[in-house]
Design a binder for this molecule. Structure first.
Ligand SMILES: [Zn+2]
Length: 420
């Protein structure tokens, strides 16, 4: 890293849109406000952990995030954010106004967990590990969000861009990124957001800049149904599914871009001696490229139409024909930041400065939404270590958490610009 004098620092810091390569992380780190913020992470590590335990203890099953969201809203207010509010879908928003309110850097962590209502969530300790479902995903992310807010407030950090902090709903599974989708449906906000940092889980090396897209469907076939002997020859929904699946498995799946197709569930029928009156299957389509997801969706619809027509045409008994319904189970857009994206330059520079080996990943996160809209976004961990994610044995170890927090703080300052 280049060392530089105060004059250089001022020039750089006054120009929020300069390419990151010209910005020295060292220079940023010397600013008194940044030093105070970094000290905060170490000094208040106990407070940060207590917040994480408190948040984790409030159940937040998919579509039932309200109680935890209310707690976070209260914390946003206590920490002194402005314009704290909950939007119609349940996202909690709070702002730290910058000197240039036309620009926003958005920092988000999801509120929901994968665990259903009634899951035992008492947080237990085993040595350095804290164990509870959701303690890391996303207890660690939400604790990091509060830590960043508190550190920025206490250090009186003054940024150029406004910092918009969001605790969003609906990241996991069937939540289908609905919190992020709602947020970015607002065109006024979309125009002002310059960068998005999503904090999810722990792990300070992680940098997800590639959005894995997916599309999921349920195909339901319904028909008259009847007796296996007396009504033999009626069109059969299970046989129709077999014809559909045979067609789908014949579709070419590329390895580049990496793409997958899976029939993951199949249900239907009532008895061995009955022609079923319904049957259904569930399909999961994933790809690195949006056009492949669309191509496979088209292939699925065609397979359903053809398989159904074939089964109906094969009927030997008069009766109502089979009908098909295709239900969407959730859509997550694919996308990828260009390697020259400013947010990647910033994180690479910060990681180099902190001695972190950047681990670029592709996965499905809240960052999918802004990335698919052409807005620079990454998902990162909030620091510390964790394991057994999405299980009852999920654990979190806060050792070294301050490194992950420092990494996010320095990156967001570089992205937002600072007034000193
Ligand atoms: Zn998560």
């Amino acid at each position: 890293m280049r060392r530089c004098g105060v004059g250089f620092v001022l020039v750089v810091l006054m120009s929020a849109q300069l390419p990151a390569a010209e910005v020295s992380v060292e220079a940023i780190e010397k600013l008194p406000a940044v030093q105070r913020a970094e000290e905060f992470f170490l000094r208040e590590s106990g407070w940060i952990l207590q917040q994480q335990i408190r948040i984790t203890s409030i159940a937040a099953p998919p579509f039932e995030e309200e109680e935890r969201a209310r707690y976070l809203e209260e914390q946003f207010r206590t920490l002194g954010l402005e314009n704290v509010r909950r939007d119609t879908i349940g996202n909690v928003l709070g702002e730290r106004p910058g000197s240039d309110p036309e620009h926003i850097v958005l920092i988000a962590a999801h509120v929901d967990t994968v665990f259903p209502r009634g899951t035992e969530i008492e947080v237990r300790r085993e040595g350095n590990r804290w164990i509870a479902p959701g303690i890391a995903d996303n207890g660690a992310g939400l604790a990091a969000l509060l830590a960043l807010i508190a550190a920025a407030q206490e250090s009186q950090l003054r940024t150029r861009a406004t910092l918009l902090f969001v605790a969003n709903v609906g990241e996991e599974g069937e939540g289908n990124l609905r919190g992020m989708k709602e947020l970015f449906a607002d065109s006024a906000l979309r125009r002002r957001v310059r960068a998005v940092i999503v904090i999810d889980g722990s792990n300070a090396e992680r940098l997800t800049s590639k959005a894995l897209g997916s599309n999921r469907f349920q195909v339901i076939i319904r028909g008259p149904g009847g007796h296996s002997w007396a009504d033999f020859g009626l069109p059969n929904p299970i046989q129709a599914l077999a014809r559909i699946i045979t067609r789908m498995t014949a579709v070419q799946i590329p390895t580049q871009p990496r793409t997958s197709f899976n029939v993951g569930e199949i249900h239907g029928g009532t008895a061995v001696n009955a022609v079923p009156y319904w049957a259904s299957l569930k399909v999961d389509i994933r790809s690195e490229m949006e056009s492949e997801i669309e191509r496979l969706e088209y292939a699925l619809r065609q397979a359903v139409a053809e398989g159904l027509a074939e089964e109906n045409a094969a009927a030997r008994t008069q009766g109502a024909p089979l009908e098909a319904e295709i239900r969407s189970l959730g859509r997550r857009p694919a996308g990828e930041l260009p390697p020259t994206a400013r947010i990647l330059e910033v994180f690479r520079a910060v990681d180099q400065h902190l001695g972190i080996e950047t681990n670029i990943q592709r996965s499905s996160t809240d960052a999918n939404i802004p990335i698919s809209l052409g807005i620079e976004a990454v998902a990162v961990g909030g620091g510390g270590r964790s394991g057994a994610s999405h299980s009852l044995r999920e654990w979190y170890d806060p050792t070294g958490r301050e490194l992950g927090l420092k990494r996010i703080l320095l990156s967001l300052i570089l992205l937002a610009g600072v007034e000193e």
